[in-house]
Each structure stands twice: as structure tokens, then as C-alpha cells.
Design a binder for this molecule. Structure first.
Ligand code: NAD
Length: 507
């Protein structure tokens, strides 16, 4: 789909016209990026960081304008856009500008001087080259930045394709980087066809954040070209509430974790497993808190009508299969609006519990034990983040180790996506990409080994010819490295080794 969203989900007002990039321009864009990247990577890391120094000011100075655009384009409340997108982006910039140099430092290679005399090696982190960065619409500022900043600072050039649902914020993202050398960051405006073309355009790595279905297509396209891809995909996060939890905090935290961004968050709480002993009290608190949320101020509309339909389908399907709706769940509403919905659900095999809903719906399921909660939380094809709510940190640590997810938080949920130094990653169908932290650099750079040999001998031990003495040396090493041979046997091996060494050097 290449058609851009044209109407604001807030009030249906027409949004500015967006012109797609002609796909005929793509080969020239890639060529321009390749040339720009060579010069960019040739700069010292500190020089690249200096070229970024104004970007943070641009983001802060235009923060209100950015939040207002995000609000109009995707419907997110302005307070949420200011906190979760603008300020979080400032933190991402500060972190990487301060730490990129140390994170890209060469590593000294440890080499055994007896086996490999007079050698020194360094492991250098080299940029991948030209990256295709394809992004979704649900955090149209913060998500691109958390990839673009480290990827560019590491010396890559980027062709960035924002979502067709948030192309105006996407254009502003690129504008905020003005001051970077020409060609280092380019904008590709379009939808799925443009994303697919970018994967096959000759880029060296694709960094993709989006749905599982599209992620699969991206992985296929990259496999065809034998280029790596980083995939950050969907989620179906579980929150586990144990009987000893601070129920007020758990209820407030889980309502926020589920309904922030109208639930359109890959790390949204989409299932709560609560121990029976506190299930009623917890559920009552959740309903009371959720009832007070103000449409448009606390919880915005959904970003697309299509998303609204998915949410409606999930809730109707769960209702038909016995779910009890405690708040909201009104199927009559239309357009971009879906009411905040709380439901009691029994089964894990309904779509509301098995598939990503991506809407303002919080299903609550009762469990008998913490172990049952973990087993049911893990029985999902997704595994992005999960939270456990308890005062027993010893038990939390044990359960946390058993949870199949990339991020586990105790007494909080999913806010760590805003921490630039914390890895954000998943397992299973949530994808294997890593965003944020030093670990993200493993995708944006490749290790290169540089080795200097200052050995002036005419031959290494292991070079030709393969004489009987060489075989004796190898056999002696086997004995010396064995854990089962006696001291006497090893002493014998030492003598044979020394004799063979001397003879080897004479030949
Ligand atoms: P989507 O998969 O529909 O689109 C994502 C991007 O892929 C868009 O830019 C789109 O134009 C592009 N695209 C579409 N077809 C393509 C193709 N064949 N090849 C290449 N690119 C193509 O996802 P969406 O609806 O924009 O985003 C919502 C999804 O993103 C949810 O599943 C959500 O969980 C996920 N998400 C994950 C994370 C994470 O960090 N794991 C973060 C945010 C969102």
C-alpha cells in the first residue's frame, strides 16, 4: 500500500499533502549514500559526534511543534508525545553523543605468545555501510531516532522510510538532522512497495520495526540478497500480579502499561495473569482507574480505522467465547474511536489473548499460582516484554529467569524502551533485533580483525613442510593439554616436545 494517511484521527481534518518518492530515484539515492558514507566513515568518531551537536537543540527547540504534529498525525495525546517522544529523543541523543566513542573503541586481541609469537591484533568496529531503516507509525519520532542516532554516529549512511501513516513526522525527523553531510541521511516517502524496494536496493543492512507479517517479508527479501536484517516486531506482553503485590501500584501501572498510546505499543500489557486471592480486588481497582480516563486527553483515538476494526474483532470474538466485559467494549462506536475496555477472560486460545490487539483493551485472567502464570505467559508466540508485580524480589528473580521475553520488569512495565543504555529486544515472533544500548551496535557495525605480525623467523611452526618432528610436537601438546594424563607422562611429553622443537628449527 502506497497511499498516505490523509486525515487526522483526532478530528478528521485534512493533513498536509505528502508526495511519494519516485522509485526510479532509489538507485541514485543508494549510490549517493554509498559515496557519502565513505567520507562520513572516514571522519573520526568525535568529529561525527560534533556534527550531531545541533540535532539535540533542534529537537528541544521544536519540541512543542513536534508533539503537536504527532498528535494530529497519529492521535497521541500531546503530553504523551512530549514525554515519550520528544524528551526521550533528547535523552537518546545525549547518551549516544557522550558514549559513542568509548562504545566503538578497538579491542585488543589476546594472543598466546608461545603458540603465536610476536603478533598483535585489534578488533575494530566498522560501519556496515548503507542502511535501509523502515519504521512503523506508533512512535513516529522516538523509534526512528533510537536507530538513526547510533547507526549514523557509527559511520553508516541511512535511507529512512517512515510509515505511510506518519510521513509528515518522518519528514521532520530528517529535517532535524540538517547539518549532516549531503547524502548521509535520505528520506524515502512511500508505503509497502517502497519498503520492499528498499530491501532489494543494494543496501548493506535493513533495520526494520513493524508487524510480524511484514517482518517475515523483509527477512525473506534480505535472505535473497544475503544481507543481514534487524527485526523488532509485535508483542503480546503479559503482566503477572502476585497475591502479595502492592495492588494500588499494580493497578495504576498496568492500566498505564496497557492504555498508553491507546494500547498501540509493541510493549503494551495485553494480558494480565492475577492470582485468585487478589483477583477481585485488583480488577475492581483497574476498572475504577480506567473509568476515570478522559478520551482524547489521557487516551487518544486509534491511529487508523483498520486498527479499530482489529480491536473490535478481538473483543467481539472474546465476548462470543465467554469473556465478561467490565468496562467499555461497545461495538457500536465507529471511526477511529474505541472505548477503554476491561474484560475478564478465561481462555488463552481466544484472539484477544493469542494475537496482538494493539488497542485500548485490558484482558484479565485468573490463575491459581505464580508458576501457572509464568507458564501461560510463556505460551505465546511473542516474547517482547513482561512484568511481575510483587514485593517478593527473591521470587521475582526466580520467575523472571523463567520468563520467555527480551525485557522483564518488576513492579513496572515497558518504560525501559526510553532508556538509551538498556537493550530493547524480544524472542520468538517479537523478532531478534536489539535496539538501544551498546548491544545495538553489534547490528549497525561489523567486527574487523587487524593483525600485525612482527615475527622475523623465516617460517611459522605450522607452515610447510609437515615433518615427523612437527607431528611429535602436535602429539606432545595433546598430552600436555589432557586433563587425564599423569605428571610423569606429561614430563615425558615435555622432553619429546623440546627435542622435536630443536630438530624442527634446524630443518
Ligand atoms: P507494518 O508492518 O504494517 O509496517 C511497518 C513498516 O513496514 C511501514 O513503514 C511499512 O510501509 C513498511 N512495509 C510494508 N510492507 C513492506 C514490505 N513488503 N517490505 C518492507 N517494508 C514494508 O507495521 P505498522 O502497522 O506500521 O506497525 C505496528 C507494528 O509494529 C505492531 O505489530 C507493533 O507491535 C510493531 N512494533 C514493534 C516495535 C518493537 O520495538 N518491537 C516497536 C514499535 C512497533
Amino acid at each position: 500500500m502506497n497511499s498516505f494517511a490523509e486525515l487526522s484521527p483526532v478530528d478528521g481534518a485534512k493533513l498536509d499533502l505528502v508526495v511519494p518518492t519516485s522509485l526510479q530515484e532509489l538507485p541514485a539515492m543508494v549510490e549517493r549514500a554509498k559515496q557519502a558514507q565513505r567520507a562520513w566513515a572516514g571522519l573520526a568518531v568525535a568529529e561525527r559526534a560534533r556534527a550531531f551537536s545541533n540535532v539535540r537543540d533542534h529537537v528541544m527547540d521544536r519540541g512543542e511543534e513536534l508533539a503537536s504534529l504527532i498528535h494530529r498525525e497519529v492521535g497521541k495525546p500531546e503530553a504523551e508525545a512530549l514525554l515519550g517522544e520528544v524528551l526521550a529523543t533528547g535523552d537518546v541523543l545525549s547518551f549516544w553523543i557522550e558514549h559513542i566513542e568509548e562504545h566503538l573503541e578497538d579491542l585488543e586481541l589476546e594472543i598466546d605468545p608461545i603458540s603465536y609469537p610476536s603478533k598483535r591484533g585489534r578488533i575494530i568496529r566498522e560501519p556496515r555501510g548503507v542502511l535501509g531503516v523502515i519504521m512503523p507509525w506508533n512512535f513516529p519520532l522516538a523509534l526512528p531516532f533510537r536507530t538513526l542516532v547510533p547507526a549514523l554516529l557509527a559511520g553508516n549512511a541511512v535511507i529512512f522510510k517512515p510509515s505511510e501513516i506518519s510521513p509528515r513526522t518522518g519528514a521532520l525527523v530528517v529535517e532535524l538532522f540538517r547539518g549532516l553531510p549531503e547524502g548521509v541521511l535520505q528520506l524515502l516517502q512511500g508505503g509497502g512497495e517502497h519498503g520492499a524496494a528498499l530491501c532489494s536496493s543494494g543496501v548493506d543492512l535493513v533495520v526494520f520495526t513493524g508487524s510480524v507479517a511484514t517482518g517475515r517479508k523483509v527477512a525473506h527479501a534480505c535472505a535473497e540478497r544475503l544481507i543481514p536484517c534487524s527485526l523488532e516486531l509485535g508483542g503480546k506482553d503479559a503482566a503477572i500480579v502476585l497475591a502479595d503485590a502492592n495492588l494500588d501500584r499494580a493497578a495504576h501501572g498496568i492500566v498505564w502499561g496497557a492504555l498508553m498510546n491507546a494500547g498501540q505499543n509493541c510493549g503494551a500489557v495485553e494480558r494480565v495473569y492475577v492470582e485468585r486471592k487478589v483477583a477481585d480486588a485488583f480488577t475492581q481497582k483497574v476498572v475504577e482507574i480506567a473509568k476515570e480516563l478522559r478520551p482524547g486527553i489521557d487516551v487518544g483515538p486509534l491511529t487508523t480505522k483498520a486498527q479499530c476494526e482489529i480491536v473490535r474483532d478481538h473483543v467481539e470474538d472474546a465476548k462470543a467465547q465467554g469473556a465478561e466485559v467490565l468496562l467499555g467494549g461497545n461495538s457500536a462506536v465507529g471511526g477511529y474511536e474505541y472505548p477503554v475496555t476491561i474484560a475478564r477472560v478465561e481462555r488463552d486460545d481466544v484472539r484477544l489473548i493469542a494475537d496482538e490487539t494493539f488497542g485500548p483493551v485490558l484482558p484479565i485472567l485468573v490463575v491459581e499460582t505464580a508458576e501457572e502464570a509464568v507458564a501461560r505467559a510463556n505460551a505465546s508466540r511473542y516474547g517482547l516484554t513482561a512484568s511481575i508485580w510483587t514485593k517478593n524480589y527473591t521470587l521475582a528473580k526466580k520467575l523472571g529467569a523463567q520468563i520467555r521475553a527480551g525485557v522483564v520488569t518488576i513492579n513496572n512495565h515497558s518504560f525501559t524502551g526510553a532508556l538509551a543504555n538498556a537493550p530493547w529486544t524480544g524472542v520468538g515472533e517479537s523478532g531478534y533485533g536489539v535496539t538501544n544500548s551498546i548491544h545495538a551496535l553489534e547490528a549497525y557495525t561489523r567486527p574487523k580483525l587487524y593483525l600485525e605480525d612482527r615475527n622475523s623467523q623465516k617460517r611459522e611452526l605450522w607452515w610447510f613442510p609437515y615433518t615427523p618432528h612437527l607431528k611429535t610436537i602436535a602429539l606432545s601438546f595433546l598430552v600436555l593439554r589432557s586433563g587425564t594424563k599423569s605428571v610423569f607422562v606429561k614430563m615425558g611429553a615435555v622432553f619429546r616436545l623440546l627435542g622435536a622443537f630443536l630438530k624442527r628449527w634446524k630443518t
